[in-house]
Design a binder for this molecule. Sequence first.
Ligand SMILES: Cc1ncc(CN)c(N)n1
Length: 220
Amino acid sequence: MRITDDLKRSVQDDWDAATDHPFCRDLAAGTLPLDKMRWYLVQDYKFIDQFVRLLATAIAHAPTLKDGIPAAQFLGLVTSTENTYFVRSFEALGVSQAQIDGPAAPETIAFQDLMAEARHSGRYEQMLAVLVVAEWSYLTWATRQADYDRALPFYFAEWIDLHTGDGFAGVVAYLRGQLDGIWGDLSEAEQLAAADLFKRAVRCERAFFDAAYGSTWDAP
Ligand SMILES: Cc1ncc(CN)c(N)n1
């Protein structure tokens, strides 16, 4: 019995909705309207900005160097290969710098605020709760869609590739292992606070996909 399994089960409906979303299914089928993909990428790049800060802060709060190194290596990947994926996709999809710099959507702001809350808490378990949701939910939906047609354009295919495979599964196993490992040493109040962030993060994931799927591209 792992606490991360229990936490997921406590919010199973939202988890299922977020990890088997029509946005992801259409993306993998290559039928997702490009304007929805543009909206998603622009907003997700704003998500990544806060995500990088959260991950860096979690590294700073890891109990030992050994505990922090896998997160540091993942941070390197997000700020290199994943960042380049966004830059190349913006170019291929004709997204201008003005469009990239446009306003964050309410669903993006809600997620950014949640990540900032976890970061400013100074509590490793709260940071992990959000990081586990963000990466585990992406591993789950992307693994479901890993059997995509190899002729997919790169901005669809590579988004799945970035969130599947042994390397990424290892990141999720590591993050879950960190949270599972420290859980028993937390007070009840600390556990409740981390569980609350976990649940709210799952709801943010669902709302983010709902917003992307319902979006109409509103280019500034
Ligand atoms: C909203 C969201 N959640 C999670 C991930 C995976 N890092 C992401 N790119 N965007």
